[in-house]
Design a protein around this ligand. Structure first.
Ligand code: ATP
Ligand code: MG
Length: 370
């Protein structure tokens, strides 16, 4: 996939920006707080139902303005599509080639992007919600049905929790069964995704680090050993029954897929407790590369790669391993740094360079293959 044109208006600190990105590397450099991440966020938002930074729409609209607009022309499979996203405080509206998009599934796969930002590395140390958020978003990217089943699960969970809080608990068993049924689908889809990712992770960790540590990602849902949906449903039902007394006492569903976590393991030890900062960064980057590879296989084309704040991410050795990997592939990459990185420019055979200051973008030229 290639983003051919991009226009951003009144989005965060960006008043008006128009770019014609390079097909390979794009370097956006500028000082802190100038709008680099905002540009990546805009690109990502154009193809996904949610921002990787916030779920609050009003934050995205430039202070003092009523609406933000992002326009992009994407080339995929030799066909160009025009994507238009309007964001207002009250909601968002999406159009593809002038037609309003009514369901998230219509947008699915139109502009795939994988983001790697310092916040992602943070999820190693943070609480399970951040890893669950990552998991849910990543599964959805390659699995069009995931969003629906995840929403159904959330809806049923809300109903069940509502009953648990009330004095009349008539119908609780029915909601528990429904929750097991949908929960089993959520778990089955997550397990399938993690199995694929786990398979690819090792290779990419070795690519980045140049070392031979073993890296694993695992998803072990609470109370569930099975991998087939029917059996998962039975086990979930057992889990919910087992926790029913506690659920009634606390007025909420205390166990289930909404409480699950991911484990990151390096050399058979939890990355969280034993991994150095560089190892954590490399691990998450390898995870993103595995994700990219998975999306490439599913859609037959590589997604865009958005690498935020590369200046602070990796050492020179790992950076050059990463560049080597990217150069060898047909991937459109957007990289942000605080300085006009000469190392990166030397490594990249083809790169468009933009400077960003106070939300204004200046195209400084393009380096092409000799
Ligand atoms: P860093 O190098 O520190 O990561 P950056 O260039 O990535 O910086 P961004 O996060 O892209 O910076 O932009 C941050 C700027 O955008 C801040 O100055 C912030 O105040 C501004 N900003 C964020 N949301 C809005 C908004 N809705 N309206 C106007 N300005 C906003
Ligand atoms: Mg930033």
């Amino acid at each position: 996939m290639v983003l051919r044109f991009l226009t951003i208006s009144d989005f965060r600190n960006i008043c008006s920006v128009q770019i014609k990105p390079g097909v390979k590397f794009n370097l956006l450099y500028g000082l802190n707080g100038q709008g680099k991440t905002n540009v990546l966020e805009a690109i990502h938002l154009l193809g996904s139902p949610r921002s990787f930074r916030t779920s609050r729409l009003p934050e995205l609209v430039k202070h003092g303005e009523r609406q933000a607009q992002i326009l992009g022309t994407v080339e995929s499979g030799g066909i160009e599509s025009r994507l238009r996203l309007l964001i207002e405080t009250a909601g968002r509206k999406m159009e593809i080639d002038g037609k309003t998009v009514h369901k998230a599934s219509e947008l699915h796969g139109k502009l795939n992007s994988v983001v790697f930002s310092p916040d992602d590395t943070g999820m190693v140390k943070m609480g399970p919600e951040s890893r669950r958020r990552y998991l849910d978003r990543a599964v959805y990217m390659g699995d069009i049905n995931y969003l629906n089943c995840w929403h159904s699960y959330q809806r049923i969970l809300k109903q069940r929790n509502h009953l648990l809080k009330s004095t009349d608990r008539t119908g609780l068993d029915i909601w528990t069964e429904k929750l097991s049924e949908t929960g089993a689908e959520v778990i089955e889809r997550r397990l399938r995704f993690i199995a694929v990712l786990d398979n690819k992770l090792q290779k990419y960790y070795a690519t980045i680090s140049g070392g031979n540590e073993t890296s694993r990602i695992s998803y072990q849902p609470d109370g569930v050993q099975a991998i087939k949906r029917d059996e998962i449903r039975e086990e979930l039902l057992e889990l919910f029954k087992h926790h029913q007394r506690a659920d009634e006492r606390y007025g909420t569903t205390t166990a289930g897929p909404h409480r699950d976590d991911l484990s990151f393991i390096l050399d058979a030890r939890p990355l969280k407790a034993f991994g150095s900062q560089g190892q954590q960064k490399s691990f998450i980057l390898a995870l993103k590369m595995a994700e990219m590879d998975n999306l490439h296989e599913i859609f037959g084309e590589a997604p865009l790669l958005l690498l935020d704040d590369m200046s602070s991410e990796l050492d020179a050795h790992r950076n050059s391993n990463l560049m080597e990997f990217l150069i060898a592939r047909e991937i459109q990459v957007f990289i942000t740094t605080t300085e006009r990185s000469p190392a990166l420019l030397n490594a990249a055979p083809q790169c468009a360079v933009c400077h960003i200051e106070g939300g204004n973008l200046t195209f400084e030229g393009s380096k092409s293959y000799e």
